[in-house]
Design a binder for this molecule. Structure first.
Ligand SMILES: Cc1cc2nc3c(=O)[nH]c(=O)nc-3n(C[C@H](O)[C@H](O)[C@H](O)COP(=O)(O)OP(=O)(O)OC[C@H]3O[C@@H](n4cnc5c(N)ncnc54)[C@H](O)[C@@H]3O)c2cc1C
Length: 519
């Protein structure tokens, strides 16, 4: 194949190990690699400077690692088609190699344009899978077996170095400032492929014992969860690598309790793809309700003052505010507390999930569109079929932060509030407020809504909607289209999939994770 030249296009796969496009590139005469910092990404409402910062840190390491293999990584700022066509003019590559992506709307549009450009330019674009997401899927029959087969397949290993098509990129990596982005001020998890492997190994060797118990409280989850999510989102480690390492650990540990915890973790790796599949199969869920019967439920009732209080962590509900402030500072929050934040926004504050979801997407360093939008809708009751889960922020405070450590850490105004009042500081008598140096309405906000009446109103509206025949009929269709097939039975539901290539289309902690639709 001496006459062919491959361009490896890095997207959300910033690693060397288990990278099929890299391996395929070795079969060509020579190769080059590129990463695009696209204005469409920077301008998208889900993008935050912390995401870009994390990507840049990953790229710095990746560039070095690829250089050691003899492959220069060029990093270019610009729209995909214009950069690719410039590179094509100067380098004349014949093959474009990348991974499939289940991204937000802008990335789907971009992939359509790239596919068109490739056809016109005579470039062969090969896309490889890297998760369990299946394109052009008719229904979920057999999905789990396909997931298993992909995850159990041998990882892709490079055979020696590369014959580079060009010298090293003369341009330095961009900075946040050169990209016009303000500093984000967050303390981020370490980025890059080495950090991903370190995180996996520290979880398997030191932190996994007690995983299932540690999941729910933000205090224990911080170290007790794997913390692999940003690495999976940016692709600094492949899902297969994580899956195979966990299966090996389960098979070899003599500790039955540890094996039990690891199996709980292993199940979540399936959920990762199970949720992403929903966006792949029905891209519109990024923008509109899963269940169309929910259209009009919250639209037109958006209260900006409530939204602002929620975003700023100033709702007057200490657990909500502590979680939001912690998330904003670190870019991460455990699953249960993410659910509580959304439940509070969607039910207590009656805010539409799209706006709150965009805000959270910017806060989550691990923003993964397929998981994110499915979860936003599930926690807001707009899938039509999940059990409605309305979290009480006062109960969650007592259950998950019984000593008030998390609240006091993130809401310093409440540092001196006696423990019995900490979940509901507005119930402090005036003299206790004075002694605690926390006057409600002055030092710390009064509750933005009354919990009991807000919840009552939300339940009335949700259950009234659920009771309608039309809603039930639609729920059956949603279940048929997106529900998992535990028994392996074929779906009878219709599937709407994009046709043209590139296709893309107070509960128990375990159950609350997935609900029924997504189990
Ligand atoms: C409203 C909302 C939005 C969310 N948005 C995202 C998102 O954008 N990106 C994201 O990765 N996760 C998201 N999650 C799921 C979950 O909260 C995170 O995956 C988890 O907290 C990440 O921490 P971890 O890697 O330590 O998780 P672990 O508990 O160690 O789990 C390991 C991996 O399994 C997967 N996983 C775990 N829980 C879930 C779940 N409930 N659904 C799907 N996959 C799961 C993730 O890939 C995770 O990294 C969201 C949850 C909610 C309620």
């Amino acid at each position: 194949m001496a006459s062919t030249r491959a361009l490896v296009w890095f997207k959300r796969d910033l690693r060397v190990q288990d990278h099929e496009p890299l391996l395929r590139a070795q079969a060509h005469g020579d190769a080059l690699a590129v990463y695009l910092i696209e204005p469409e990404w920077l301008d998208s409402p889900e993008c935050d400077a912390s995401h870009v910062d994390f990507a840049l840190q990953c790229l710095a390491e990746l560039r070095e690692d690829l250089a050691q293999q003899g492959l220069p990584l060029w990093v270019r700022v610009g729209s995909a088609v214009s950069v690719l066509s410039r590179l094509h003019q100067t380098l004349g590559f014949t093959h474009l190699l990348s991974h499939e992506e289940t991204g937000p709307g802008w990335s789907y549009t971009r992939d359509v344009e790239v596919a068109r450009w490739c056809r016109q330019a005579g470039v062969v674009w090969q896309e490889c899978t890297q998760t369990g997401v299946v394109r052009r899927l008719k229904d979920r029959a057999g999905w789990a077996a396909r997931w298993q087969a992909r995850m159990d397949a041998p990882p892709h290993r490079l055979a020696g170095g590369f014959r580079a098509a060009a010298g090293p990129d003369a341009q330095a990596l961009p900075t946040l400032a050169s990209l016009g982005l303000a500093p984000h001020g967050r303390t981020l998890q370490p980025a890059g492929e080495r950090a991903a492997h370190d995180t996996l190994h520290s979880f398997l060797r030191e932190r996994a014992m007690g995983y299932r118990r540690a999941l729910s409280s933000p205090l224990t989850a911080e170290a007790g969860c794997s913390r692999l999510s940003p690495h999976l989102a940016f692709g600094t480690i492949s899902l297969r690598t994580v899956h195979q390492a966990v299966e090996r650990a389960i098979a070899t540990t003599p500790e039955r309790r540890l094996a039990h915890d690891l199996r709980g973790f292993a199940g979540r790796l399936r959920w990762h793809c199970h949720f992403m599949q929903k966006l792949e199969s029905e891209p519109a869920i990024e923008f509109r309700n899963f269940a169309r019967a929910c259209d009009g439920l919250r639209e037109g009732e958006f209260d900006p003052a409530r939204f602002e209080a929620w975003c700023e962590g100033r709702t007057g509900y200490p657990m909500v505010d502590a979680c939001m402030r912690s998330l904003r500072a670190t870019g991460w929050l455990n699953f249960r507390m993410r659910s509580m934040l959304v439940s509070f926004a969607s039910y207590h504050l009656w805010l539409h999930w799209r706006e709150t979801g965009l805000f959270l997407a910017r806060q989550f360093l691990d923003f993964e569109p397929g998981i994110h939008w499915s979860q936003m809708q599930m926690q807001s009751g707009t899938t039509g079929i999940n059990t409605l889960r309305m979290y009480s922020p006062t109960k969650q405070a007592r259950d998950q932060d019984p000593q008030g450590l998390f609240i006091r850490r993130w809401v310093p105004e409440l540092a001196r509030v006696p423990l019995p009042y900490l979940a509901e500081p507005w119930t402090m008598p005036p003299e206790v407020q004075r002694l605690a140096r926390c006057l409600i309405g002055q030092d710390y906000p009064a509750p933005v809504v009354d919990e009991a009446s807000a919840l009552r109103a939300a339940k009335e509206r949700m259950y009234a909607l659920r009771g309608q025949d039309e809603t039930r009929r639609e729920a059956d269709a949603v279940q048929a289209r997106h529900g998992s097939r535990r028994s392996g039975l074929a779906s009878t539901g219709r599937q709407r999939t994009r046709k043209a290539a590139p296709a893309r289309g107070g509960a128990s902690s375990e159950a609350a994770g997935q609900g029924d639709l997504f189990a």
